[in-house]
Design a protein around this ligand. Structure first.
Ligand code: AHG
Ligand code: MN
Ligand code: MN
Length: 334
């Protein structure tokens, strides 16, 4: 008898344990199924005609890749008719997407970054999908932007997939963070790591160093001290890893620890940061905290930020708990 635990079984057991209800179980299954579709589309590469620009821009003025648009469509289509959602919001759509009237509506709100790491799509480097699930406020059947603007602490589930050498799904429903690997022969996500624990200390950091000249003084001082290594104030050597797909950088941190930083700098100050709070920073913060790590803006716990806009950007620092605390100390000292 197989001892493998497919996602379906994991979710049924979570439901029996009272961690999720049947509607949330269905929602997660549907998102996972959509991610499988995205994974297969990406893996076809140039043969599938899916590479290259879509020839349009999203609400944030970023040029969309064909796969940004396709991934968004796959997630929208999969989630429209199941009856588990009240509304959907996406990086690729200005306003929340209503559930068509012909379908029943559910009690949850789904937010996603359909494809994270767009700059890596055409060069065969890992990309991913990030998602966050909130409850729709009671009595609301047609959720507007304001109904989505809940702090990260209100998330009931979050996850990401990485479409890499293997496709992995990393999930939390608030009871630890768990890793599933796609078995392409059976088409099932199989539990491959239960209860991820991020090491509290690290000697590995991820930051886009080409922004160094735009950094604020505490960020520059922090990175200078990492680079100084054993001969500097930190007294140990650090190594850099930067993939430029947040999902892949976060997944490395889930696997062996590290710190990921995308601080606000002179280049992105007017926007508030580079990464988006609702469908990038918050779901990652939930997953990282559930794995024993920390996630912050540099000044405040990420999950406690009160959102002001669907596409709001924030400074992000997350990963090994003690290293995030060191960065926050540099920020306090100015
Ligand atoms: P997206 O592809 O969804 O727009 O997000 C890309 C993000 C993130 O994955 C990555 O960490 C960051 O952008 C890299 O941006 P820069 O190359 O501008 O530093
Ligand atoms: Mn992204
Ligand atoms: Mn994206």
């Amino acid at each position: 008898m197989s001892t493998r635990t497919p996602l379906t079984r994991f979710l049924i057991e979570a439901e029996r344990a009272g961690q999720i209800n049947a509607e949330l179980r269905l929602l997660i299954e549907v998102v996972a199924r959509a991610c499988k579709g995205i994974s297969y589309a990406i893996s076809k590469g140039a043969l599938g005609g899916v590479l290259g620009d879509a020839g349009a821009s999203n609400v944030q003025g970023e040029a969309q890749k064909k796969l940004d648009v396709l991934s968004n469509e796959i997630l929208l289509e999969a989630n429209a008719w199941g009856g588990h959602l009240a509304g959907i919001a996406s990086e690729e759509m200005d306003e929340p997407h209503p559930i068509p009237d012909v379908y029943p509506k559910g009690n949850f709100l789904l937010l996603f970054d359909p494809l994270d790491g767009s700059s890596n799509i055409d060069v065969n480097v890992s990309v991913g999908t990030i998602f966050s699930v909130l409850r729709c406020p009671d009595g609301v059947t047609e959720p507007k932007t304001a109904h989505f603007l809940q702090p990260g602490t209100a998330q009931v589930a979050a996850g990401y997939t990485v479409y890499g050498p293997s496709t992995v799904l990393v999930l939390t429903v608030g009871h630890g963070t768990h890793v599933f690997t796609l078995d392409r022969e059976t088409g099932s996500f199989i539990l491959t790591q239960r209860g991820v624990r991020i090491p509290e200390d690290t000697q590995e950091y991820a930051i886009n160093a080409s922004n160094a000249r735009h950094w604020d003084a505490p960020v520059k001082r922090y990175v200078d001290d990492l680079v100084a290594g054993r001969t500097g104030p930190r007294g140990k050597d650090f190594n850099t890893r930067w993939i430029a797909s947040m999902v892949a950088d976060v997944h490395r941190i889930m696997s062996r620890g590290g710190i990921f930083l995308y601080p606000v700098d002179a280049k992105c100050r007017d926007k508030g940061g580079r990464l988006r709070l609702m469908y990038e920073a918050n779901p990652m913060a939930f997953l990282v905290e559930q794995a024993g790590g920390a996630a912050s803006t540099g000044h405040q716990r990420m999950l406690e930020v009160q959102p002001a806009g669907l596409h709001q950007r924030v400074p992000v620092v997350l990963g090994s708990k003690n290293e995030v605390a060191v960065f926050e100390r540099y920020m306090r000292e100015g």
